[in-house]
Write a protein that binds this ligand. Sequence first.
Ligand SMILES: [Mn+2]
Length: 189
Amino acid sequence: SKFRLWQLTDYDKIIFIDADLLILRNVDFLFAMPEITATGNNATLFNSGVMIFTWWHRIPKHMNFLKHFWEGDSEEAKAKKTQLFGADPPNLYVLHYLGLKPWLCFRDYDCNWNNFMMREFASDVAHSRWWKTHDKMPRKLQSYCLLRTRQKAGLEWDRRQAEKANLEDGHWRRNITDPRLKTCFEKFC
Ligand SMILES: [Mn+2]
């Protein structure tokens, strides 16, 4: 679907943003950059999966920051930075939610913790940052973030697997207070 961008010929320039990105600061200046500009995954690949080009323009990581790297700091360094800059690191423009998406988890914690394949993407600080934005959305839009019965069952399944494995982070022990647990919007719940 990303190749379809080149069919949008009505526009002079397009910024493509995944649906699982949270924009923390104004990124209009990206329009001044040449085709193709992206952040790097490693030496030669840029972060959009399988697209590889002989030449592309690299922008710094904070323009498409992979959320699980947010928590690299020690508790002490984190506290100091929060004191200085507030909850959002000052150089972070865009946060990319890899793994299970925050709106598909209960708001209590990042459900990636309970899933063996996805644990590497778990970040409670990035998770709660998304929910902070969610709470500022109009109620009508929030209603699109309710959980289906099937999804709730999937979350409970993952939680039990984490409990069985006695995962040391202990997120599986936490009580779920998210009201979406008891909210039903389907015909049968
Ligand atoms: Mn994405």
